[in-house]
Write a protein of this length. Sequence first.
Length: 566
Amino acid sequence: MLTKVWDFLRNQMTQPLKNTIFSTNNIREKRTRGATGDTHMSEENHNIERNHESGSIGIGAMIVFIALILVAAVASTIIIKTAEELQQNAEQTSSDTRQQISGKIALIDVVVRQTGDELDNVDGNDDGDPHITIMDVIFRISSGSSGIYPPDFVYDHVLEQLTSFIEYTDEEHPLFTQFDRKIQEINLTHEDRSMLKDKLKNAIKTSVTPGFQLLLDFMTEKRISANKNDGVWSLPRGDDYYELRIREYTTTDYTPEQIHQMGLDEVNRISKRMSEILADLGYDANKNVGEIMNALNENPKFLYADTPDRKEIVISDYTEMVNEAIEVMTDYFYSMPKSPVIVKAVPEYSEKTAAGGYYQAPALDGSRPGVFYANLYDIKQTPTYSMRTLTYHEATPGHHHQIAHSLENEDLTLYRRFGYGTSAFSEGWALYAERLALEAGLAENPYDELGILQSEIFRAVRLVVDTGLHYKKWTREEAMEYMKAITGMSDTEVRVEIERYIVWPGQALSYKVGMIKILELRDKAKTLLGDKFNIKDFHSAVLDHGNPPLFVVEKMVNKMIEEAKF
């Protein structure tokens, strides 16, 4: 039974981990996380991303921290064998087993280098191959001398959710309810459905629940070792690790200090503009911008009436905004995507937990359009002044324009269309798209501009609190206090956001840094080219090369500048 449990956990967790940690491309994390070309391929994948965007934390936080334990160890010690060493090991095996054991070699290397265990202490499987699972790695590393443990609050969340997960009845278990819903949609006899459901119940009872119980026991045992600090600065070589995360997520060489100052500067600039608009609209100039915006979110003036046809009305309004943006944006690009983009409500089965909006890419063969999904579950989630910024971010000229443009670009290989992406580029472009729409006159109503600025200041605050936590040694409470004061978000919203940044160092920087870099390159091109500057040329230089790192974007823009001079 124990072997079955280990194998279940390995199948669920090891493969993504191998893809994440043991890449030879500077340990580039291959995430199903959002807004990159390869992560908009399915609604399920993009649900994951937008939940990350909104700060959802649960068992996912535990998984993130498991990755943090291992990846931080990469930054603090020489854990992973070089590609050449792995190749030498692989050459000693037959070609049909190389791929099978390569991940095991790397995992064993983690254990040996981090804990000092000898390979003789690693059990073999039935074929005599080294056999090690993700739980083995966690046990060995966490019981060693690494000193890398999550903060207190992570254990609290994980223990609570694991306990709830284990205590589900058969009929309430998420695996069972999802399975039951899906088999109702296929042509099966009643007997076959009953047989399949009984098998699943038995699998949950004999494999899934015992496996999660082992994980719960492990986390309970390690609770006493929880880190009393919140930032990665407190981990072994934490400053080096954080700089590595910044390089990975932003694809730039900006230092933590530079990014922190960028954030402060942007918060000041955006707050000043929002204050000007609010003063012109007659709001109390002595009140904090965040406080006023939080009140606007609750103002019935900006909310749809809760009528039976409310969803249809909102979707119609979103569609009108998309069509208007497409018409205006033709003046800013040499070509518009051939694939249309449509607006749909988030499906009812997922709307309670999904974020405010997300995007699904079109089919490569054109058989399915791009889809901008709007969450209409909570009437307060759709204040009218925030609708335009969400439209421009998710549809045109944001995610849909960028992703569909890449998919339809026949000059790109399939890998460059699907295989590589960075949130610094894709989310940076989507934020830039919000600004571009504002500049193009698509948000003439001052409340609509406030919606765009509210979105932007939220991302600017991330630069301050992420670097504050992991570089300037802010406490969780200090970061929460700053975010609440600037944004006016509720205590719960702020707590969830800050906890996300703690367990995912550097990731939240990518959005605003990407936007800043694109704007910086545009300003450079305008300065150097003067009257020769053409916004269409600039956008082609940025968008015609897939979803590249920002240093590649900079190279392409520099090339465009040189060619435009003559």
